[in-house]
Write a protein that binds this ligand. Structure first.
Ligand code: MRU
Length: 356
């Protein structure tokens, strides 16, 4: 089942509440613009491609209530303000606006829902194609290390929870499983929000061998020769191949370079900001300090608890993303194949985006 589906009555979407995973598998019905915006803001839905698809459906639901130009503008502004970094949000809202604006108000809601559904299916196809392109990379590496599983390290969650199916960074892993290439995944815990636990939950469901490690263990793993390749997702890729992803990604890339381990990002075209010349143009989300000062989990009695780990008065900064310079990447796995992480590399695969 996908982390977002259209409700059977067509009047809402149902999401898998990722704020409650991996402790509880709960579906939530979202009927209004405000509910969808809140779900994105509070990370009940998260991951760049899923944020985009959720926003597209949110806009369609908003147009049911108010299909006027003013309604359209209010809805796009509300959704655009939810999270700043994943460019898929803007991509989705721009595409939806271009589709609905030219038609009469009375026809907008139905058209918008159809367009959101098309975008969802296109993202699924893109993830599947990323899986095939990445599989070729994994196969080549596995052939050079016969007789043992291929060790992949990932950071954050870039699986089907963050997209709709397959994922981006995890798509090659799932495809490898499907075709019988032995893989084992090292899963970074990904403090402060712990998206690594979502990855572990996903991989567990699919029966993919995996081991969770503290984010700070990556350097040791590389030194011990325990990692063959790093695969991460992306929230926004700049035109020059700089990759913005969950905070901590750039440290993994630096350590991988030092150890000679290839580092790939996987992302669909919807995650590329063709207007961003380089990573310095990408806004980095600053999130609430409590994500750092407190930890949340299941208590011994089975109930969810929040514990403060910080002293009462402490200065905290919580940037949610960082930028990995293109030079540290072995490539960017896209739905059109593996691009060199550079403007030239992206131009080869997406020439239409560089047309004058
Ligand atoms: O803050 P999040 O959980 O939305 O961040 C998600 C990530 O950083 C993912 O790695 C990225 O979106 C790729 S999703 C396929």
């Amino acid at each position: 089942v996908r982390p977002l589906v259209l409700a059977t009555d067509g009047r809402a979407v149902e999401i898998l509440d990722q704020a409650r995973l991996p402790h509880e598998v709960a579906r939530v019905r979202l009927e209004s613009l405000e509910q969808v915006a809140n779900a994105i803001r509070t990370m009940q839905v998260r991951g760049a491609p899923l944020i985009g698809i959720t926003a597209a459906h949110g806009l369609a639901l908003a147009l049911r209530a108010d299909p006027t130009d003013a309604g359209l503008e209010h809805a796009t502004a509300t959704l655009a303000a939810t999270r700043p970094t994943a460019v898929n949000l803007r991509w989705a809202l721009d595409r939806m606006t271009a589709a609905v604006r030219p038609v009469p108000a009375a026809e907008r809601a139905a058209l918008a829902m159809a367009e959101a559904g098309r975008m969802a299916e296109e993202e699924v196809a893109a993830c599947r194609a990323i899986g095939d392109a990445g599989l070729a990379v994994l196969r080549a590496l596995a052939a050079s290390r016969p007789g043992r599983p291929l060790d992949v390290l990932t950071h954050c969650n870039a699986g089907w929870l963050a997209t709709l199916e397959y994922g981006t960074a995890l798509a090659p892993v799932y495809r490898a499983r499907e075709v019988g290439v032995d893989v084992h995944v090292w899963v970074d815990e990904t403090r402060p929000r712990g998206q690594g636990w979502l990855t572990a939950w996903e991989l567990g469901q699919a029966g993919v061998p995996h081991t969770v490690v503290a984010d700070t263990a990556a350097g040791w793993l590389f030194r011990e020769g325990l990692v063959d390749v790093v695969l991460v997702g992306a929230d926004r890729v700049a035109r020059n191949g700089d990759v913005c992803n969950k905070v901590g990604t750039s440290l993994v890339a630096l350590a991988a370079r030092e150890a000679g381990v290839p580092f790939y990002a996987a992302a669909p075209a919807s995650s590329v900001d063709w207007a961003a010349a380089d990573g310095s143009a990408i806004p980095i989300e600053q999130r609430d300090a409590t994500e750092l000062t407190c930890i949340r989990g299941r208590g011994a009695d089975g109930r969810m608890v929040q514990l403060r780990v910080a002293p009462p008065e402490v200065a905290v900064m919580n940037p949610a993303f960082d930028v990995t310079p293109a030079a540290l990447l072995a490539g960017i796995v896209t739905e059109r194949g593996v691009a060199r992480a550079s403007a030239g590399g992206l131009r080869t695969l997406f020439p239409e985006r560089f047309a004058p």
